[in-house]
Design a protein around this ligand. Structure first.
Ligand SMILES: [Zn+2]
Length: 239
């Protein structure tokens, strides 16, 4: 598939052919553009289909990049900022006599401490990502510990996800998945997603009993939901 290789958008395009696919479809996700097509479709038809939808694709990619960048490191001159619990924090990197890389979060400031003997500091963004994953899990566990007497079904496991369209989900086996960026949102938003999933462990639907359970776990859940809706990422951010 080389017909559109000189188009800059083509670099972000992945093409997958499926036996089960009946027509061509375009989708935008965090990795770029995904075009799925039936196996019998020719390269030329794919090319035409892509060119027909090129404007739409370009616009959607721009929107996706904007949403993603809200959660990434923001640079302002020499200074760098990172979104944590709904507020932007100045990032300060220091060499210190610590045994391993540590991140401390205090008064709108994120201090990243590096052991003095470290040869390379590595990618700051990757370190911050690892840290927010841990924090998302930790905050959820703290909430569960604090409220364990009120929770009807305790989850068997909490795992981190980077789902493209979901802030949270759960399985009938009691595994709750939470998007790793939840710690970047205001605390009420994280709490709401967690309570939503905990309520699903009791009611696997969105019926009135389910919402009653959400309200019982978190009386101000609507406020949490509002905070969540302010950040339209991941795509559609369903629960
Ligand atoms: Zn749900």
């Amino acid at each position: 598939m080389l017909i559109i290789s000189d188009d800059p958008l083509a670099k972000r395009l992945r093409i997958r052919r499926f036996k089960t696919s009946k027509r061509m479809r375009l989708r935008i996700d965090e990795k770029g553009i995904l075009l799925t097509a039936p196996v019998w479709i020719s390269d030329k038809e794919i090319h035409c289909f892509f060119m027909e939808h090129r404007d739409w694709v370009e616009k959607q990619l721009m929107l996706m990049d904007e949403k993603m960048s809200v959660f990434s490191l923001r640079t302002d001159g020499e200074q760098r900022f990172f979104l944590v619990e709904g507020t932007w924090n100045l990032v300060e990197e220091r060499d210190q006599s610590v045994d391993w890389v540590q991140i401390r979060y205090e008064n709108n400031k994120l201090v990243v401490l590096y052991p003095s003997l470290l040869r390379s500091r590595g990618d700051l963004e990757i370190r911050l990502k690892e840290w927010i994953k841990e924090q998302t899990i930790q905050k959820s566990k703290d909430f569960i510990e604090l409220n364990k007497d009120r929770i009807v079904v305790l989850p068997n496991r909490i795992r981190i996800s980077s789902a493209k369209s979901k802030w949270g989900s759960c399985t009938s086996k009691g595994v709750v998945s939470l998007h790793y960026r939840l710690f970047q949102l205001p605390p009420l938003a994280l709490q709401y997603v967690l309570c939503h999933e905990l309520a699903h462990l009791v009611h696997m639907n969105h019926g009135s009993l389910f919402w009653e359970e959400v309200r019982r776990l978190m009386p101000n859940y609507k406020e949490g939901n509002e905070k969540l809706l302010q950040r339209d990422f991941p795509r559609n951010g369903s629960l």
